[in-house]
Design a protein around this ligand. Structure first.
Ligand SMILES: [Zn+2]
Length: 315
């Protein structure tokens, strides 16, 4: 089974993805973006959140959900340091001595860590072993029709320190001025999850784990997504720049084989997704489709998808 989610969220005054600091100026990630204006195409630079940033947040939620029901998460991933068994030093914490056979290496890693099972890994030694992530996430980009209104503007902040006369040195400032570039946009992103890849070898396509554990891992993979969207705990600088806004729309599909919702950066993405699914049905493939908009909250839509998957025996 394959799950695909298109999310639209409004974020005002956010600093979710900062890329560099030059002096006292912290810049927001920005990407070139093709938009149409008066029938002509042009490129504008818009605030964006990287897929890497969203994937990191998802894996943090996944680690927490997995641990809460006693599923294995390795020490590195527990600390949200996703090194992913990248070399001998990290792999040795899971299996020692390290086997020669790539299949045995993959098996040991998958058994030891839900994050590397679901999120993939790259062991870059001899022999190299690679496992593709079972989940995919796009960049979050401004919705096309509103892209020209997306902004990133520096905001002035000051930090104060009380310095008494005796400790005051020549050029120590009592007030530090700094700028944080904040973004404001209606963003859209896509998240996919291939439930059939969890607990299954990427080398042999055979199961590595018992069926019960595979089902438990699929369920936590869904719950982690639920938690991430419901709590808006993704991106950086949440402590002082928690974005003002929230999810405005969300589309979920569950199909037997891979199918990805039409990107939520387009205004007609709900209709188009439905039309594309209708064709799939003509091929005899069953599917699940739901939308959260003004009538349904995102949590209800996500719960419906989880219930459908449970009904279908995914967990
Ligand atoms: Zn791990």
């Amino acid at each position: 089974m394959f799950l695909s989610v298109g999310v639209r969220f409004e974020a005002n005054v956010e600093a979710l993805n900062m890329v560099e600091t030059a002096g006292n100026y912290t810049k927001h990630r920005r990407v070139p973006y093709l938009v149409e204006e008066d029938g002509k195409l042009k490129t504008v630079y818009v605030p964006a959140l990287s897929g890497e940033s969203l994937a990191h947040a998802y894996q943090e939620h996944l680690a927490r959900e997995a641990l809460s029901i006693g599923l294995p998460v390795c020490d590195d991933c527990r600390r949200n340091e996703f090194f992913k068994s990248m070399n001998k030093a990290h792999l040795k914490k899971k299996i020692d001595p390290i086997p020669e056979d790539p299949k045995k290496i993959e098996e040991a890693i998958v058994k030891a860590c839900v994050i590397e099972d679901v999120g993939g890994f790259l062991y870059a030694e001899k022999p190299p072993v690679r496992r593709t992530s079972a989940f995919q996430v796009s960049y979050a980009l401004p919705v096309k029709s509103a892209a020209l209104f997306a902004t990133s503007e520096p905001q002035l902040h000051a930090r104060h320190a009380q310095i008494n006369a005796s400790s005051k040195k020549g050029n120590v400032s009592e007030q530090m001025i700094y700028y944080v570039e904040t973004g404001t946009a209606l963003y859209g992103f896509t998240f996919n999850l291939d439930l059939d890849a969890i607990g299954v070898s990427a080398i042999t396509s055979g199961p590595i784990l018992e069926e019960d554990e595979i089902k438990a891992r699929r369920e936590v993979a869904l719950k982690a997504l639920f938690r991430m969207l419901s709590s808006s705990q993704f991106g950086a600088k949440l402590s002082r720049f928690f974005p003002v806004g929230g999810i405005t729309e969300l589309v979920i599909t569950v199909t037997e084989h891979p199918f990805v919702v039409t990107s939520p950066i387009y205004n007609n993405y709900i209709d188009r997704t439905q039309k594309r699914l209708a064709v799939l049905k003509e091929f005899g493939e069953e599917y699940f489709f739901t939308v959260a908009d003004e009538n349904k909250v995102p949590e209800e839509a996500l719960k419906e998808a989880i219930d459908y998957l449970r009904e279908k025996g995914a967990f």
